[in-house]
Design a protein. Structure first.
Lengths: 161, 439
């Protein structure tokens, strides 16, 4: 671990909510892996006590494994301490569901809509969970690994002449 | 098996979460949802003397002032905007899906088409992320040329923004003059990269071409005259009452909201928050350069205008320093397994031919399970690439964190309670590029 991430790790582990949470690193950025049910609580602590005031992105991932198929990676940034932290959450394969981060960071609104659109991850208590890019009547989630690259002919209903 | 069979199989295999769609009413349901979003308290302005009739106006996606295919559904009370719902997706090309099916090199041309006003900045960002994944570093000369690329891209992108934004509020001459300046930059890009617009300039571990002396000379000539030309443009609008009146105090967003909604780049700095990745998390050679971060506190359209205008001066400063410090040496890292060899050597030497074949056909292979994130201060804000690899030549997952996307999310807050004619000024000040927002 580099100096910066071990400093953040040291800081975070002082809070009791972070006991039993796995710390890792992806090239110089610290990563924590949080169980799904503790996510909202930890997000609030990260914002209020550790100054992570911006949620810059939500990355949905389809690992295409039998268990814990889906994953959400939250890209947090602090405009005060200039630190970046990634928070990973593993989600259920059959029914990927996780609490919406909208009450904590407003930017979660659109970022989560995008993850919902592309992976079908259901964000609970999201104020306006519509599709971001695809049309509302589209039945599939195009970035899932089992969705073919060429698309599905007939998936979009065209207006009849 | 016939195609129909394959499609049927794919349809059955795809888990839709029991999400069934009523095709006949899907459009109506979508409209209802958007109307409900318009009613939501978070984005709504409140008035004491509201007129009785409320109007829902559909602006775009084919409106010239929306800078591309942005659709805004605006709820109006007379001429005052009550709430706004932006609708994205008209330029969605599925680049994240495409990226999963091509090698790292093959995706570089696609990055040109993200933020098509600053293709060089996208090339550099993407390649920095890939190099982080592969754990290689470019040579000093390549790093300097990449920094020059980033700053040229910033000037070119801001030139378009200056012209279109001034045109949105009614000053057409600035548009012609700033595009004339951009044309000179495109000519320099022609010498530097071989093409004017879709550059595809970077390669893993280096660059496609070296920077020639002619290019450096042309760039110096450009820099010497650019500030004078910029001042001419500024003189046209900055003391113009119409321009100032239409920009001042319009499109306010509080610093708290700006942080919470995830604004980055000039829009965040116009809200008084001095954050720039070039200083906060220095990449390339920005550590060795001396420049300032222009910051304004008014957080309205005029403040965003001044932040970008000041950035012109800083970019020129950076470019001058880069040209002065530009070291001599190779542009490609000597790593035969990862970096494409010179074309002349490919045709004449066996070893290089083999390496070229392997890289082109199987791609660069990172470690299994490697992940990398690289963010860069692009002209619009934080542009980032999050790449996950499974050890193959293709990325397992590539996520584009585009600044325009998050910046557009702030439109409902900025437009709350403004006049309908202010909408175009606010969109212009946010400087969205739909190619990037829609991916």
């Amino acid at each position: 671990m580099t100096e910066i991430s071990s400093q953040i790790k040291e800081k975070l582990t002082q809070a009791s909510a972070f006991s039993g949470i796995v710390f890792a690193e992806i090239n110089n950025f610290p990563v924590i892996e949080v169980p799904e049910e503790k996510l909202l609580e930890i997000a609030k602590i990260l914002r209020d006590e550790f100054n992570f005031d911006q949620l810059r992105d939500v990355v949905g991932v389809d690992r295409f494994t039998k268990n814990d198929r889906f994953e959400c990676i939250y890209n947090l940034y602090s405009t005060i301490t200039l630190e970046r932290l990634f928070v990973k959450v593993k989600l259920d394969s059959k029914k990927p569901e996780v609490d919406s981060m909208y009450p904590v960071w407003q930017s979660a609104d659109w970022a989560e809509r995008e993850a919902y659109d592309m992976y079908g991850i259901n964000f609970l208590n999201h104020p306006d969970l519509r599709r971001m890019y695809m049309m509302e009547e589209y039945e599939y989630y195009p970035l899932r690994k089992d969705y073919p690259l060429m698309g599905l002919p007939g998936a979009v209903q065209l207006p009849k002449k | 098996m016939s195609t129909d069979g394959l499609i049927q199989e794919a349809k059955e295999g795809i888990n839709t979460n029991g999400h069934t769609i009523d095709h006949a009413h899907a459009v109506e349901i979508n409209q209802e949802k958007i109307l409900r979003a318009l009613e939501s308290d978070d984005v709504r302005a409140h008035f004491d003397d509201a007129l009785e009739n409320q109007l829902v106006l559909n602006m775009g996606p084919q409106h010239p002032a929306t800078h591309g295919v942005l659709q805004l559904i605006v709820s109006l009370d007379g001429e005052t905007v009550v709430s706004t719902v932006p609708v994205l997706g008209y330029l969605h090309r599925g680049y994240e899906k495409l990226a999963e099916n091509m090698t790292f090199h093959e995706f570089i041309p696609h990055t040109d088409r993200l933020d098509y006003l600053a293709p060089l900045a996208n090339n550099v960002t993407y390649i920095l992320a890939v190099e982080k994944l592969l754990k290689i570093e470019a040579t000093p000369r390549a790093q300097y040329i990449r920094t020059i690329c980033c700053e040229i891209a910033r000037i070119a992108s801001h030139c378009v923004w200056l012209g279109t934004m001034a045109m949105d509020v009614g000053a057409l001459t600035v548009f012609l003059w700033s595009f004339r300046e951009r044309e000179k930059i495109l000519d320099i890009l022609d010498i530097l990269t071989g093409v004017r617009f879709t550059t595809t300039y970077t390669r893993v571990g280096g660059l496609a071409l070296d920077m020639s002396d002619e290019c450096i000379a042309r760039l110096k000539v450009f820099l010497d005259q650019f500030i004078g030309k910029l001042e001419e443009c500024r003189n046209l609008i900055e003391r113009n009452k119409i321009f100032v009146d239409r920009c001042e105090g319009v499109g306010y967003i509080s610093p708290e909201d700006a942080i919470s909604i995830g604004l980055t780049g000039p829009n965040l700095r116009a809200a008084g928050i001095e954050r720039d990745l070039r200083i906060d998390d220095p990449y390339l050679v920005y550590k060795e350069l001396d420049f300032d971060i222009p910051t304004f506190t008014e957080s309205d359209v005029l403040a965003r205008y001044y932040v970008r205008i000041k950035e012109f001066y800083e970019s020129v400063k950076i470019l001058r320093q880069c040209l002065q410090k530009l070291p001599k040496g190779p542009i490609n890292t000597p790593d035969a397994k990862q970096v494409l060899p010179d074309k002349g050597e490919v045709y004449t030497k066996m070893e290089e031919l083999i390496n070229d074949f392997m890289i082109i056909n199987f791609g660069n292979e990172p470690e299994k399970g490697a992940e990398a994130y690289q963010a860069v201060e692009s002209p619009k804000g934080e542009l980032g690439f999050y790449i996950i690899s499974d050890g193959k030549g293709y990325p397992f997952r590539l996520k584009i964190r585009s600044p325009s996307f998050t910046n557009l999310g702030a439109l409902p807050i900025m437009m709350k309670g403004c006049m309908i004619s202010d909408i175009v000024a606010i969109i212009g000040s946010v400087d969205p590029v739909m190619g990037e927002a829609d991916k």
